[in-house]
Design a protein around this ligand. Structure first.
Ligand SMILES: [Fe+2]
Ligand SMILES: [Fe+2]
Length: 280
């Protein structure tokens, strides 16, 4: 059961004068990745083929992810009436493939797969919260809050299943940390960079990973504030089995905050933009 429907969004509240032009390409790129949720559901159905309850949960999860894509896509077409969401997504689907027929998880275990899913949901939950806080456009703000709430529920869904599998598979803390760190570092792989290309460069240059990654990340990272990072860090620590609050969370949040600011400056430089100074 979806928690909300695209028709329930107050589309008539859309206010063109409140659009930040830097946000539009990011929304278009995010729509690509979200809409691709069905491929991940196929993959999860193969990996968890002997767990019908989880397969059902994964199918419901994918319906929500697809709705995220369609909602962001609809906003993208309002913001840029010349943009064709369906055509952009067709380009993305054609060029970005995951192994939907994989019989075992690429993370080496069911627990590992679910920790990786928790990392993705932590990232999206934090990102849409940061984007909602950063935008003044009322419809986008509303959409981002609805999506962020879904992403947090998705985190809880995968976390609960992960705990169940962890009791059975009992993989070490070190292994869990490695899987979490590995999945976080994959945010700089093709998934987002290629989504930026397909969502924004239909008649433009050929796909270049570094250029598209810099264009996406250089802007996306400017929306974060320290409290978004701190909350995300709590979720990451919880997923790997460490205390989500306290000194460890505080210390690691400050380190990651420094890293985010450094990466933002680096990507902005690569993209040829002046870095945007942000207070915590
Ligand atoms: Fe999503
Ligand atoms: Fe999600």
């Amino acid at each position: 059961m979806k928690h909300w429907r695209i028709e329930e969004v107050a589309w008539d509240q859309f206010d063109r004068t409140k659009i930040d032009a830097r946000v539009v390409p990011l929304v278009k790129a995010a729509a690509m990745v979200e809409r691709n949720g069905t491929d991940y559901a196929l993959y999860l159905n193969h990996v968890f083929h002997d767990d019908p309850d989880f397969c059902q949960a994964a199918d419901n999860w994918a319906l929500e992810e697809v709705q995220h894509g369609d909602t962001l896509g609809r906003w993208g077409m309002l913001a840029d009436p010349g943009w064709d969401y369906a055509a952009a997504f067709a380009r993305y689907k054609d060029g970005f493939k995951i192994d939907t027929a994989a019989a075992v998880s690429v993370r080496g275990s069911h627990t590992g797969e679910l920790i990786a899913r928790c990392m993705v949901e932590t990232g999206t939950s934090s990102y849409y919260t940061a984007l909602a806080d950063a935008t003044d456009e009322p419809v986008l703000q509303h959409i981002c809050r609805l999506i962020a709430a879904d992403e947090f529920r998705h985190f809880k869904l995968f976390y609960d299943h992960m705990r169940r599998y962890l009791r059975r598979e009992n993989i070490t803390l070190l292994r869990r940390l490695r899987i979490a760190a590995g999945r976080i570092s994959e945010s700089e792989d093709d998934e987002l960079a290629f989504a930026y290309h397909c969502g924004n460069e239909s008649d433009g240059p050929v796909y270049d990973h570094q250029r598209c990654l810099a264009a996406y990340m250089g802007q996306a990272m400017t929306f974060y504030r320290f409290h978004h990072i701190e909350r995300g860090m709590g979720m990451i620590l919880k997923a790997v089995g460490l205390p989500p609050r306290g000194r460890l969370c505080g210390l690691s949040s400050r380190l990651v905050w420094q890293l985010v600011q450094r990466r933002q400056r680096r990507f902005a430089k690569l993209h040829g933009e002046a870095p945007v100074a942000r207070a915590a």
